[in-house]
Design a protein. Sequence first.
Length: 179
Amino acid sequence: MSIETLIDNVIGREGGYSNHPSDKGGATMWGITERVARKHGYKGDMRALPRATAVAIYRQEFAIDTGFAAVAQINEAVGEELFDTGVNMGPAVPALWFQESLNAFNQQGKLYPDIKEDGDIGPKTLATFRTYLKVRGADAERVMLRALNSSQGERYKMLARSRAANEDFVFGWFRNRVA
């Protein structure tokens, strides 16, 4: 799956302009918050954020810089899940879950060594993921997706419990984000 397909899928879920009073992200267009748009040099009204600008931001900040595009080259489904969750929660969150899961699934280091759980998907994490897929076989993708979605669902519940305004979104998050 190409980066462009990942981005198109996310933009389809994120939609156009939003500025919901319960959303701490504030004004958002194509799923890009105003804070992120400004960080990338956009100075205009968020309602007018060009789709091409959003695509460029997604490509660099949420696919390439995070390592999620590299994961997608190894396994499309897992890469797409990390990318989508990273857009919704910030990239460091699913990257850390991914590393934690890889370590949890290594049978106490018997299948492959533990990796550093730092939220940075680099060459060691990618090599470990390749090994994980090889040694865990046909069920590896499905189990990893379940692990990531379990962590994601738990985080959504915690967000709703810790801030009542998040209850405005939690049903939709589960419906649209947790597979």
